[in-house]
Write a protein that binds this ligand. Structure first.
Ligand code: G6P
Length: 613
């Protein structure tokens, strides 16, 4: 998805903007550009391709302005090209704009502007924005900085769709205006500098103090001042939030790839997410929830809604919540939920999981659930993200910034949080006995150490990856909660190795898909749930008889001669086992991708944070 960076301060803007853009590369993009306020007007340098192409443009060296905006574009309207790359300018070249999001009524606005004498150079929806700002700026006949603000505001009110926008003008050489609606944008601040970005990690090395904008709030920035306005341009008060992530958290710190680093960060991420919530001497602590027993007893359903890997964490959450709390849990994909006229009302508690907190479908589903009368909990990794501003309650995973597109530590942190939430609910409702609760708590506390032990399988996994990296298809099987892990493992493999893979409940394979099993095909099975192990082994026997090569992940004793490869992992209770069993499978996807020589962190066609529908 598109990335935005901005700088207004006392140093040259261009180098800071280029570093910011390279830190946003992981979001996925196809062109990049920059505009700064120079003595002779607005600069504009942009091109198709990587940030490196932009860096090597001879025009870049000439930029010395201390205010600038920059962008990486992920094409939606119009192919990747120099003309379509951002920033865009109005016809008079008074305003430069970068935009993330989609302007749904751009055709209508473009026609109106064309009738008023404006012409367009690109096929983008974005180009209407600088021209519309110019249109209102001229119409309003107010040449002060308030007139600039009024024109940006009038433009944004006319836009339908989603946007995060930065605007600079050669007429106001000390200012920048930024605004957002349904698209991410954060403002980092220090005494004499303001940094703007689509996400926190890109500017974390400069400041820990951030302003977060709500929809249609405007920030008028100077290097030493930030003034905020609502959509009617009434001034509003805004406080900064301090971000606890360390400045180097978004660096590779000696690892070859972010994904590998993030896999190895899982013990810490889990430890941090557990924090002080769990102890054997007291009840689970979720004081920020302010949910009472009466309310919890009154609901008849919990909905868990998310996309991608976060949805797979939801499937694990369903298992533990249903078993401990005896409340039916439905898990849905956000993009489906929002259009299925879901049965949600005040008797439904809806939980939304999103690492980034910016996924457009998840946020739209949350708004819908709220409208239907449901209370909403957001589980996210990013403080101040959009989802936290929309939900009744926000629960944070403390995984630290996740940069690799394929989610690893965010997933396991979500799973541990859901387990703790289930225990918290069960304690409130008194639906589980003390012994069960204490066993889970002890296992939660022991988990970071067990993850560390799990890493011992690394060499074995690496060798196995060498054997199968050229395969065309891989199957993943599991029963019960192991099936949720099979889904996540299959997704990991697809995402970064481009190998076709499918996951099935082990008992379901024989109802059709076993037709695909042929000599030599790899079938990976997760056998962590002891109670279902024998049943699953019978199913694996069926694929072995048809020539499949088998790898199993288990913590239980099994017939060594039966399988081609056995990955032994530490034992834990089945509620938590998805956190252990996914680790060798994350490593498997990683090493297969490496064997194939692929870009592990930035797989083709994927974006880390999907901020459009
Ligand atoms: C994208 C990412 C996935 C992620 C999903 C949901 O598709 O590539 O890794 O699981 O979005 O993202 P979220 O930030 O809402 O968890």
């Amino acid at each position: 998805m598109c990335g935005i960076v901005g700088y207004i301060g006392t140093k040259k803007a261009c180098p800071i903007l280029l570093v910011g853009l390279s830190r946003l590369e992981y979001r996925g993009y196809d062109s990049a550009g920059i505009s700064t306020i120079e003595k002779d007007g607005l600069s504009l340098v942009k091109d198709k391709g990587r940030v490196k192409v932009l860096e090597s443009n001879p025009e870049i060296e000439k930029l010395s302005g201390t205010i600038g905006i920059a962008h990486t574009r992920w094409a939606t309207h119009g192919k990747p090209s120099k003309e379509n790359a951002h920033p865009h300018q109005d016809n008079s070249k008074n305003f430069s704009v970068v935009h993330n999001g989609i302007i749904e009524n751009y055709n209508e606005l473009r026609n109106m502007l064309e009738q008023n004498g404006y012409h367009f150079l690109s096929q983008t929806d974005t180009e209407v924005i600088p021209n519309l700002i110019h249109y209102y700026y001229t119409k309003n006949q107010n040449n002060t900085v308030n007139g600039f603000l009024q024109a940006v505001r009038d433009c944004c009110i006319a836009l339908k769709g989603s946007f995060a926008i930065e605007v600079i003008s050669k007429l106001f050489s000390e200012n920048m205006i930024v605004v957002r609606k349904d698209s991410p944008l954060v403002i980092g601040t220090s005494a004499t500098e303001k940094y703007i970005s689509s996400d926190i990690p890109a500017i974390l090395s400069y400041t820990r103090d951030f302003y977060f904008l709500n929809d249609l709030e405007f920030a008028l920035l100077q290097n030493d001042k930030a003034t905020f306005y609502d959509q009617n341009l009434n001034e509003i008060d805004k406080k900064t939030s301090s971000i606890e992530w360390s400045a180097t958290a978004s660096e590779k710190n000696g690892y070859e790839d972010f994904m590998l680093k993030e896999i190895y960060e899982q013990p810490t991420a889990i430890r941090e997410t557990i924090g002080a919530r769990v102890s054997l001497d007291s009840k689970c602590n979720f004081e920020e929830l302010n949910i009472q027993k009466d309310y919890l007893s009154s609901i008849n359903k919990i909905y868990i809604i998310a996309c991608g890997t976060a949805m797979h964490a939801g499937l694990v959450g369903k298992n533990v919540i249903e078993k401990l709390c005896r409340i039916p849990v439905e898990v849905d994909i956000a993009s489906e939920f929002r259009y299925r006229s879901p049965i949600v009302n005040e008797k439904t508690l809806s939980i939304f999981i999103s690492q980034s907190g910016e996924t457009a479908d998840t946020i739209a589903a949350l708004k819908l659930a709220k409208k239907c009368g449901s209370r909403t909990i957001a589980i996210t990794n990013v403080i101040g993200s959009s989802i936290t501003r929309e939900s009744n309650y926000s629960l944070y995973t403390h995984a630290g910034p996740e940069i690799a597109v394929a989610s690893t530590k965010a997933y396991t942190s979500q799973v541990i949080l859901l387990n703790m939430l289930a225990v918290y609910f069960a304690e409130l409702l008194e639906t589980s006995d003390l012994k069960t609760i204490n066993t889970i708590k002890q296992e939660i506390l022991d988990l970071p150490k067990k993850i560390e032990e799990t890493f011992k399988c690394k060499d074995q996994i690496q060798d196995f990856a060498k054997k199968i990296y050229q395969e065309k298809d891989v199957f993943f099987l599991g029963r019960g909660v192991d099936e949720a892990v099979a889904k996540e493992a299959s997704l990991k493999l697809k995402e970064i190795s481009y190998i076709h893979s499918e996951s099935y409940p082990a008992g379901e394979l024989k109802h059709g898909s076993i037709a695909l099993i042929e000599n030599g095909i790899t079938v990976v099975s997760i056998l962590m749930d002891k109670t279902l192990m024998e049943k699953s082994i019978s199913n694996i026997q069926e694929v072995i008889s048809r020539g499949a090569k088998t790898l199993i992940v288990t913590s239980h004793p099994c017939n060594e001669n039966m399988f081609d490869e056995i990955i032994k992992v530490p034992d834990t209770i089945s509620y938590l086992s998805p956190i252990i069993s996914i680790i060798p499978l994350q490593l498997l996807a990683y090493y297969i991708s490496k064997e194939k020589g692929l870009d592990v962190d930035k797989p083709r066609n994927l974006a880390k944070s999907v901020t459009v529908e």
